[in-house]
Design a protein. Structure first.
Length: 159
């Protein structure tokens, strides 16, 4: 399931930003500047997914992946993406969500919109993210690194 700590952190950040915005607006008013809603940036497409509404059920699967990556700001595995979508769309079938996300992920990989990073030789440990999130050697930047909890370790079976 979705990480409740992550949701708590997002809510805390949101409250912090709103508090900062109140102070900025108060300072502007002191200087006689009237701040209106029209001055707020308007976003469209994938940016709207993150800035206006964190998740849109009617978005394309490519936009959902882009939105989830921007929202989490780190590399995600296809299993993590599926879990996140299931949190937003609990009535969906897991297998269908995973298949449709996998297809969209392949398109995004092919056109260079996202990159993959594989940990070890296990294909289950493949994570996807923005090309700007990797260093010159192809490793994830620390601030965008995949979750260590998502890495699946295979135990050697001895008979």
């Amino acid at each position: 399931m979705f990480n409740n700590q992550f949701i708590s952190e997002l809510k805390a950040q949101r409250l912090n930003v709103l508090e900062q915005l109140k102070h900025i607006e108060a300072m502007l008013k002191l200087y006689g500047v009237n701040v209106s809603e029209e001055e707020m940036p308007s976003y469209s497409g994938i940016e709207a997914l993150v800035h206006e509404r964190p998740y849109k059920k009617d978005a394309s699967n490519k936009e959902k992946i882009a939105g989830l990556l921007k929202l989490t700001n780190r590399f995600l595995s296809i299993n993590e993406m599926t879990s996140l979508v299931m949190e937003f769309e609990p009535k969906s079938k897991v297998e269908e969500v995973k298949a449709s996300l996998s297809s969209a992920k392949n398109i995004l990989l092919k056109d260079g919109s996202i990159v993959k990073v594989q940990v070890g030789t296990n294909n289950s440990n493949t994570f996807y993210g923005s090309p700007s999130w990797i260093d010159e050697q192809g490793f994830p930047l620390p601030e965008h690194k995949y979750s260590e909890d998502a890495v699946q370790l295979k135990a050697k079976i001895v008979i």
